[in-house]
Design a protein around this ligand. Structure first.
Ligand code: ATP
Ligand code: MG
Length: 547
């Protein structure tokens, strides 16, 4: 799928009119958590647009707030990009520009466009005014250039405590755009930076640092989500007043939201820290590592993102669309193997004790290239509980029942003769006979079976755990709309079942994708052991989306 959106049109025009000679973009995550599917929109948009014009994309860690950042997240983000199939031209760190950024701050002070303020953060926000009333000038606003230079240098040297002084841009405290009311440029934080150590105790704010970083790197189109649109005026102000040689431009696009899905790093972190999930890569998580473990493929995510398009407004997409993209991708790629999630034991009374035979089974009936394998059949098998009813209820029942004959997929016709129940009346075992004349592939055409069901031979079967998932978040309703998100967690988001799979899974690699007959797409999880395989259901076979 080719990328096509309003930003592409802007880029085409810029190239045509000679405003730029090439397209250079960047993806600028803050390394304070793992990336989520919303970030995939930003990544794919930046990389695909640059690629469409033979340009390139940098990965730039926006690591100017050391309080929450760390190497674990830097490594995680690099791995996520690689998994999605994107290689940045350069990997840069905002913190590498601290010296150059500092020099630009000095320039603004010298031009009378920045000052050191003694006000506390609370006082500053109180004096900022409101949307309808202008702000009030700080008593420090008219400090001399010399005094500001001296104080700012002292800030850098560590003479002041956190919050004691702030460097602010001197713009207009009555500006209709609140972001222009003398925004903070530097704050003091005595804290260890994951790359700079203790070299700095003053850190530039995003609004000041980001445009300069874009300019240093020669970024032509600085793409970001919509919440930055009323910061663009400040972006342009810093570029102009800092006399930046290269002039980048900011463009905003709508954020991606998905139904029943948390799309904020803050909330995602809260889920992990409160142990509501097993980690960032819990298969229920909207993180890229979570989606990967759930069984999503980079291709499915890319197709999903491109199919949702890109607009200037935020959008909410139904989560079933993501599942649909995965089904599309896996349909011909995944092996269709046999797994029994809710086992019911079958005894074939007329099959010789101790004998096992192996039958041919295609790995994907719609894709011959995936080849075939052997599956076992013997006197003891498992079928799905839901494939058996003691009494055939009606003509539509195309599965097994007493006195009814079905085909065991790729094996024989099997007829049920009797059932064994426990003291509570639950069926624990069924007794059947098979017809040796009906072996699959022999062209037997004597009778028509009442359906075709899958099975797993019991003595060679491997034990398996199946995880099935519901959305982490409950549906949004009028009643729960205003509740804290932790109270909207779905208490039933994880279901675990113990069953069996066929022997051929034995040598499969963690991360292999499967389609389990009638049940869904699954992936082999890293929690598997030699004696028990663990599978995560990636999605169901058909959309369960209800209108
Ligand atoms: P969050 O709001 O989840 O904390 P963020 O925007 O603070 O995310 P950043 O690390 O700053 O996270 O994001 C890197 C880039 O990804 C930014 O350009 C941001 O605009 C973009 N981005 C983040 N979330 C989304 C989303 N849901 N849809 C589109 N772009 C997004
Ligand atoms: Mg952000």
């Amino acid at each position: 799928m080719e990328i096509n959106n309003f930003i592409k049109t802007i880029m085409e025009d810029d190239l045509k009119e000679g405003r730029v000679n090439e397209i250079i973009t960047r993806f600028p995550p803050e390394p304070n958590a793992y990336l989520h599917i919303g970030h995939a929109r930003a990544i794919i948009t930046n990389f695909e647009l640059a690629k469409a014009f033979n340009g390139y994309t940098n990965l730039r860690f926006d690591d100017t707030n050391p309080a929450k950042e760390g190497q674990e997240f830097v490594d995680g983000i690099i791995a996520d990009l690689k998994w999605l199939g994107y290689t940045p031209k350069n990997v840069f760190y905002g913190s590498d520009y601290f010296e150059k950024t500092y020099e630009k701050a000095i320039l603004l002070i010298k031009k009378g466009l920045a000052y050191v303020d003694d006000l506390s953060q609370e006082e500053m926000s109180r004096m900022r005014g409101t949307l309808t009333t202008p702000g009030t000038n700080s008593p420090c606003r008219d400090r001399s250039v010399e005094e500001n230079l001296k104080l700012f240098e002292e800030m850098r040297q560590g003479k002041y405590k956190d919050g004691e002084k702030t460097l602010r841009a001197k713009i207009d405290m009555a500006h209709p755009n609140m972001n222009m009311r003398d925004p903070a440029m530097y704050r003091i934080m005595h804290i260890n930076h994951h790359r700079q150590g203790n070299k700095w105790c003053i850190f530039p704010m995003y609004d000041f640092a980001h445009p300069l970083q874009d300019s240093f790197e020669g970024i032509t189109h600085s793409l970001c989500s919509l919440e930055y649109d009323n910061h663009r005026i400040l972006y342009d102000w810093f570029i102009e007043k800092c006399e930046m040689e290269h002039v980048p431009h900011q463009y905003e696009f709508g954020r991606l939201n998905i139904t029943n899905t948390i799309m904020s790093k803050r909330y995602i972190k809260q889920l992990v820290d409160s142990k509501k999930v097993s980690g960032y890569d819990d298969p229920r998580m909207p993180t890229l590592v979570g989606l990967k473990r759930r069984g999503f493929t980079p291709e499915a995510i890319k197709n999903f993102i491109l199919s949702t398009g890109l607009s200037r407004v935020n959008s909410t997409v139904d989560s079933s669309q993501l599942d649909e993209a995965l089904r599309e991708d896996l349909k011909l790629k995944a092996m269709r193997k046999h797994a029994i999630v809710h086992p019911l034991k079958v005894v074939i009374d007329n099959y010789p004790e101790g004998q096992i035979e192996y039958l041919d089974c295609p790995n994907n009936s719609e894709n011959e290239e995936l080849g075939s394998r052997k599956i076992a059949f013997s006197k003891y098998c498992y079928i799905e509980q839901e494939d058996f009813l003691e009494e055939k209820p009606n003509k539509k029942w195309k599965r097994l029942a007493k006195d009814v004959e079905v085909r065991f997929m790729h094996a024989y016709f099997v007829k049920c003769n009797s059932v064994v129940k426990d003291e509570n009346g639950n069926i624990v075992e069924i007794h059947c006979t098979y017809d040796p004349e009906t072996k699959s592939g022999t062209g037997f055409e004597g009778r028509k079976p009442n359906g075709n069901i899958h099975f797993v031979e019991a003595t060679t079967a491997l034990k398996a755990t199946f995880r099935q998932f519901e959305p982490l978040m409950l549906d949004e309703t009028a009643e729960n709309k205003d509740l804290d998100f932790m109270e909207k967690l779905n208490p039933n988001s994880l279901h675990v079942y113990e069953g069996y799979v066929e022997e051929s899974f034995k040598d499969d690699q963690i991360g292999t994708h499967y389609q389990f007959v009638r049940n869904g797409y699954y992936i082999l999880d890293k929690d598997s052991t030699d004696s028990n395989l663990v599978f995560n259901r990636s999605c169901e076979l058909k959309s369960s989306f209800k209108l």
